[in-house]
Design a binder for this molecule. Structure first.
Ligand SMILES: [Zn+2]
Length: 155
């Protein structure tokens, strides 16, 4: 089932496909490494619909509590998916905790991306996947000039 969130900038939907991808990277085992990727969306009358979450690539470096994506692969993804009509809107990564919260480093990073990327968006999003399958197993929020704000799930 897709999930809908209300951000400070309107409604955002996470598609089934995105939720399936994220679910596969939950760090359930003690040996599971952190994972991450980029989020791509289209826009309709209701707001943003996130249709694709990209996955770690062979060039990413991963450990229990770190994930360093390949900048090269990220840029390739942005180009390829833009050709399919999908816009880069933010990043996701996993945390080995039940109900994840962004770290200060996470907040710095996404604010840096928001501040430096060339886009027409007045907000971007950040998503963290924890280990719980319950609602609070996903932290989802928006990033704008006003900072980072957690969104509320509406269904
Ligand atoms: Zn984090």
């Amino acid at each position: 089932m897709s999930k809908r969130y209300l951000t400070a900038f309107g409604q955002v939907e996470l598609s089934d496909d995105v939720l399936d991808t994220l679910s596969r990277y939950r760090q359930i085992k003690p040996s599971s490494s952190e994972a991450g990727g980029q989020l791509f969306a289209s826009f309709d009358d209701h707001g943003m619909v996130i249709l694709r979450a990209t996955e770690p690539t062979a060039k990413s470096r991963r450990g229990r509590t770190f994930f360093w994506p390949s900048r090269y692969d990220e840029q390739k993804e942005i180009k390829a998916l833009f050709a399919e009509g999908l816009h880069y809107v933010g990043d996701w990564h996993s945390h080995p905790e039940l109900s994840p919260e962004p770290s200060l480093a996470d907040i710095d990073k996404i604010q840096g991306i928001f501040g430096s990327s060339k886009h027409d968006l007045n907000c971007m999003v950040m998503l963290i996947v924890g280990t719980s399958e319950a609602t609070d197993g996903i932290w989802f929020g928006s990033v704008s000039d006003e900072g980072v704000h957690r969104a509320t799930q509406v269904e």
